[in-house]
Design a protein around this ligand. Structure first.
Ligand code: ADP
Ligand code: 5SP
Length: 496
């Protein structure tokens, strides 16, 4: 039977899935890599680690799965968005990648808004936010001119990984949408934006569609991974676009909640819509389609930060043990997840997280539940924006590491007041990447057709009316914390 591989280059780890023609996951492998935080607000990774850990997960898939590598027809990618990988004329990486959750670029964002005015929204469909790629380019130009002088072009994380596996340089459309250099509706690099910031068009790599075949594996990569030089490589998509594909979000109606390092609420759009930059608007991995999205910067990261800081050797399952016994509201403890600043609905690089209401009787379980609740409230702020824009949010497909916990899934149903469903596997974006490879290989004529066979839901969580009511009250309290801690965090900034 033929197989495909989906690779998700996440922020905490790379995951790879081996998927058969019936859409079943027959093997999976994961390898972590560290987040480098040299200064508060800085967030970087070493692209070489992405490459080496990907080779390692592919090796594991071919070694442990018993599948003949000849039968693995193709592979594709999903990747953390917006990260800047700067390359010189010899394709050498010039500095560590600056990631999506890095907030050093507030000044550059203002410069972009000032220079482009309303054209920014017309062309790119988005506001200038610290996480996006263009502000990062301008930051390097200003603060590291000696490096910028050597730069010939830039790539995004999974596009760099694909380049290292194939030797071919491209950027894929759904990810290019998050650079602030793309004309999102025209689906081409914006000459206007490039010119406004003195960037030569050759700085932006050739654009490709998600399901497009861009080459095959380099001989040394085939040798190291156990795959074949004939394995076809398809472009792939932004992790949230791939998460939507993997969750079957290919028509309007159903909403996506993804809790990875970030947290995302996403909704399919079949045409251009104007949200005034309040939520992101990007190209989907499905041709000529789009999606809207609100982002919590530290969603799963809030839980992993808590674990690293207060329960270092424990698994997430152990950490979460007993939280179902804690009542909604964590006995009067509220957490806001602003560990690295925030995006939606408060685009604010200075705000930081709080626990409000700590009582001498609170236990660790209360704190853990408060973290889960705070992250979920933050996602509810995006759901509220969607509902205010006239969208009906009645069913939410939940994916990402956070969907591994049934307690968290039930909490999502109660806070969102919507039915929450989970997939029959726990790897949404990697599965979406595998679907792109399946369509690219010609197994299906479209992603919609592939989705009918591949996407299956396993469990459903319905809102518990009593909890919905409690969370409505608690959400009002949660929402006050941002405004009430803003000035305090401004004052604390010099001490960070
Ligand atoms: N068993 C679990 N229960 C609840 N949350 C979990 C569990 N395992 C992982 N997570 C959460 O998922 C996050 C990682 O999700 P993942 O989708 O792998 O992220 P990324 O794609 O950014 O690397 C962790 O930071 C953690 O908060
Ligand atoms: O910045 C965004 C979306 O705009 C993030 O969603 C990144 O794409 C990272 O994703 P995860 O690693 O959390 O899946």
């Amino acid at each position: 039977m033929p197989y495909v591989i989906g690779i998700d280059l996440g922020t905490s780890s790379v995951k790879a899935l081996l998927v058969n023609q019936a859409g079943r996951v027959v093997a999976e492998a994961t390898r972590p890599y560290p987040l480098l935080q040299p200064r508060p607000g800085f967030s970087e990774q070493d692209p070489e680690q992405w490459v080496q850990q990907t080779i390692s997960v592919l090796q594991e898939l071919t070694t442990h799965s018993q599948v003949d590598p000849e039968e693995i027809e193709g592979l594709s990618f999903s990747g953390q968005m917006h990260g800047l990988v700067l390359l010189d004329q010899h394709f050498q990486v010039l500095r560590p990648a600056i990631l999506w959750n890095d907030t050093r670029t507030t000044e550059e964002c203002q410069e972009i808004r000032n220079k482009l005015g309303p054209r920014l929204l017309d062309i790119t469909k988005n506001d200038a936010l610290e996480g996006f790629t263009l502000p990062k380019l301008l930051w390097v130009k200003k603060h590291e001119p000696h490096l910028f002088e050597q730069a010939r072009f830039f790539l995004l994380p999974k596009d760099y990984l694909r380049f290292r596996l194939t030797g071919e340089v491209h950027m894929e459309l759904s990810d290019a949408a998050g650079t602030l250099l793309l004309d999102v509706i025209g689906q081409e690099w914006s000459q206007d934006v490039c010119a406004a910031f003195g960037l030569d068009r050759s700085f932006c790599p050739p654009l490709v569609q998600s399901h497009q075949c861009v080459g095959t594996l380099l001989p040394e990569i085939a040798g190291q991974t156990g795959l074949k030089t004939t394995t076809k490589v398809f472009a792939g998509g932004a992790d949230n676009a791939c998460g939507a594909v993997g969750a079957g979000i290919l028509t309007p109606g159903v909403t996506l909640c993804s809790i990875g390092t970030s947290g995302v609420i996403l909704s399919y759009e079949d045409q251009d819509r104007d949200f005034g930059g309040k939520i992101h608007f990007f190209n989907h991995a499905k041709p000529d389609a789009y999606y809207t999205m609100g982002v919590t910067l530290a969603a799963g990261y809030s839980l992993s930060w808590f674990r690293k800081t207060f329960a270092h050797q424990e698994s997430f399952d152990t950490l979460l043990r007993g939280v179902e016994q804690v009542p909604p509201g964590s006995r009067g403890l509220v957490f806001t997840p602003y560990l690295v600043g925030e995006r939606t609905p408060h685009a604010d690089a200075v705000i930081r997280a709080s626990f409000i209401g700590i009582d001498g009787s609170h236990t660790r379980q209360d704190f853990v539940r408060a973290v889960l609740e705070g992250v979920t409230f933050s996602l509810q702020e995006s759901i509220q924006l969607f509902r205010q824009a006239g969208k009906r949010v009645h069913t939410v497909v939940s994916i990402g590491g956070g969907a591994k916990s049934d307690v968290w899934l039930q909490m999502q149903a109660d806070v969102f007041d919507a039915t929450v469903v989970k997939l029959n596997h726990d790897q949404g974006p990697a599965f979406g990447a595998a679907m792109l490879a399946a369509v690219g290989c010609g197994w299906f004529s479209s992603l919609d057709e592939c989705s009918q066979q591949f996407v299956q839901y396993e469990a459903q969580f319905t809102p518990i009316p009593e909890n919905v009511h409690k969370y409505e009250e608690l959400f009002k309290i949660y929402q006050q914390v941002y405004a009430q801690t803003r000035a305090l965090n401004q004052a604390l900034l010099p001490f960070r």
